[in-house]
Design a protein around this ligand. Structure first.
Ligand SMILES: C[S@@+](CC[C@H](N)C(=O)[O-])C[C@H]1O[C@@H](n2cnc3c(N)ncnc32)[C@H](O)[C@@H]1O
Length: 325
């Protein structure tokens, strides 16, 4: 419900108005949200809470009621806020202090729910897809794939081509990870049946399943493997480098042989990073069984297309050490 302004219990307007969010602000909001979510997970683990799901209801289950949260945190002083933020940073070292952990959990839930964190995050994420900001990256994916499929088809023998053109009536399948809209080019181009997933779907958009790709059940029937996976501006939000590697490895469990994986990253991840660059990323992907097909940079992001060739052999997998550029 973007058009309705959120209000505190006391009637004060909260969360960002429905105007466009500046890119710097959007990035701050997205980073802040992921920071809060990851700290909350750690706290829940520490508290040995059974349910560490991220839905609003589950948060509420693990938290005080909203008006209590509001009473507790609405008027906290700058110093108290600073101390909470510091405690969040050193959460790993807080053990066996249930009172402190619970207080922090309530503070995080206040920031996310009462103070508009979740809603602002969705607006900030959506604002990146605004056409004035470079828009929906899947336009590039669709162009690349259209050309590749044409080329593949023209290289087939004639008999196979006729077969193929009959087969083209069956749409190819695509998995969009981190989907925020059902109107992206990948969905509207008519070439694919698209399955869309995202960690959050607080705007409850129909057609987007709330799911963590890392927990998506593995495919048993190989006919259900995807022709394409789109993973635009998602990898950069995975906090741990080992988890980013796991995500790249996992794509192959959902792709048909010769299927494509489209990855979009903010340009600084490739061009202004201490440990990563284009060549290193491509070598990593190659060691996981993908070959690089396209690489293109724009002002702020880079687009990559890889083709899945063969599953990585764990025995032969290259060890990549963290190395300064
Ligand atoms: C910045 S948004 C990118 C949205 C859109 N794909 C784009 O290109 O603008 C990143 C999205 O990735 C989602 N995400 C991050 N990790 C994920 C995971 N493991 N499984 C599913 N979605 C994930 C987040 O919830 C978030 O909505």
């Amino acid at each position: 419900m973007l058009s309705r302004k959120r209000k505190t219990i006391t009637g004060k307007s909260l969360s960002l108005p429905n105007t466009k969010i500046k890119p710097v602000k959007a990035r701050q909001l997205i980073r802040r949200y992921h920071h809060l979510i990851s700290k909350r997970k750690l706290i829940l683990n520490k508290l040995k809470t059974l349910n560490d799901d991220n839905t609003n209801n589950d948060i509420k289950k693990n938290s005080l009621e909203l008006n209590k949260l509001n009473q507790l945190f609405k008027n906290i002083s700058k110093d108290e806020k600073l101390s909470m933020e510091n405690n969040m940073l050193k959460i790993q070292s807080i053990n066996n202090d249930n009172e402190k952990l619970n207080h922090l959990l309530n503070y995080i839930n206040y920031e996310l729910i009462v103070s508009g964190g979740i809603e602002d995050y969705q607006k900030a994420s959506n604002s990146g897809q605004d056409p004035t900001r470079g828009g929906d990256s899947s336009g590039i994916l669709v162009k690349w794939l259209r050309d590749l499929y044409k080329e593949e088809q023209s290289n087939e023998p004639i008999a196979k081509q006729t077969n193929q053109s009959n087969k083209n009536h069956e749409k190819r399948t695509a998995l969009e990870i981190g989907a925020l809209s059902v109107k992206n080019k990948i969905s509207t181009c008519g070439m694919f049946n698209v399955t869309r997933i995202d960690l959050e779907n607080s705007q409850e958009i129909k057609g987007i399943e709330k799911q963590d790709f890392m927990k998506r059940p593995l495919i048993q029937d190989k006919n259900e493997l995807f022709d394409v996976i789109s993973c635009s501006l998602v990898l950069n939000f995975v906090p741990e480098h080992s988890a980013r590697g796991e995500m790249c490895k996992r794509f192959s469990s959902f792709l048909k042989p010769n299927g494509y994986i489209f990855i979009v990253l903010p340009l600084p991840c490739m061009e202004n990073s201490r440990y990563m660059n284009k060549q290193h990323f491509i070598s990593l992907m190659e060691s996981l069984g993908y070959s690089s097909i396209h690489y293109k940079t724009a002002k702020k992001v880079c687009y990559m297309l890889f083709q899945f060739k063969s599953k990585a052999d764990n025995q032969k997998m290259k060890l990549f050490k963290k190395k300064l550029n």
